[in-house]
Ligand binder design. Structure first.
Ligand SMILES: CC(C)(COP(=O)(O)OP(=O)(O)OC[C@H]1O[C@@H](n2cnc3c(N)ncnc32)[C@H](O)[C@@H]1OP(=O)(O)O)[C@@H](O)C(=O)NCCC(=O)NCCS
Length: 212
């Protein structure tokens, strides 16, 4: 918040061969809760919000309403990540306005029983393409805790540039902990077309449900 929206708002729905990426709806609250509750130990080391889990279903409904409202108001774009038939949530993601005008930052998590299949890589690749091809961004960012080996692999594989280690940029993991360092990965618009992001195809849809 506090900066202008991208040239065009991110799509409401993105389909890849293995994923549906779309804004959460309140009726997804049970799917979100099941995905988070079954992944708590896996999420806690890296996702600061996981310390407040498990949440009740009513709390999840309120959370999704906030995500949904902010998405529609162009404040922040939080996506749910689903199986192609949308019967199960596979994780969460987002395009977040944290790095100034013309940029969005990708965040991601994948449920514990579905890691190691390249889903985070597919997710980050298509959101990067969407950022440049649909939203007209100048730069896409990804920030990763330097201790998060698994997550570091994702931007490295896709051809992001490791720009710097920022000190004490990420929130602490727990109430007593210190703020964590972050490795800032960036990709610029001109770099995307020759990057490994192009190995991953997608179809995007706007608010009318029409293909973009
Ligand atoms: C990080 C996370 C999103 C990765 O999801 P994923 O779908 O398993 O990721 P991918 O399968 O696309 O790629 C993971 C890479 O890490 C590698 N990897 C897997 N386990 C690893 C380990 N213990 N140490 C180092 N690398 C590991 C995989 O081999 C793969 O690399 P490769 O394709 O070069 O072999 C997932 O583990 C997660 O949700 N973690 C908790 C939340 C989190 O950390 N989010 C990111 C915050 S920046």
């Amino acid at each position: 918040m506090g900066i202008g929206p991208p040239a065009a708002s991110p799509p409401y729905r993105i389909e890849t061969p293995r994923l549906v990426i779309r804004c959460w709806e309140p009726e997804d609250a049970p799917l979100m809760k099941e995905a988070v509750d079954s992944s708590l130990e896996h999420l806690r080391p890296w996702m600061p919000w996981a310390r407040y889990e498990p949440q009740t279903l009513a709390e999840k409904v309120e959370l999704v309403r906030m995500f949904r409202g902010n998405f529609d108001l162009d404040n922040d774009y939080v996506y749910g990540v689903f199986e192609p038939d949308e019967s199960r949530a596979l994780g969460g993601s987002g395009l977040h306005p944290r790095g100034g005008d013309g940029s969005l930052e990708i965040g991601y998590w994948i449920r514990a029983d579905s890691i190691g299949k390249g889903l985070a890589t597919e997710l980050a690749a298509v959101l990067t393409r969407v950022g440049f091809e649909q939203c007209g961004l100048v730069r896409v960012d990804i920030q990763v805790d330097p201790e998060n080996e698994r997550s570091l692999r994702v931007p490295r594989k896709l051809g992001f540039t490791e720009e710097a280690t920022l000190r004490r940029r990420l929130p602490p993991k727990d109430d007593e902990g210190e703020r964590r360092n972050s490795v800032l990965f960036t990709m610029l618009a001109a770099e995307c077309a020759t990057s490994r992001c192009m190995d991953f195809d997608y179809v995007a849809y706007g608010p009318l449900g029409r293909e973009l």
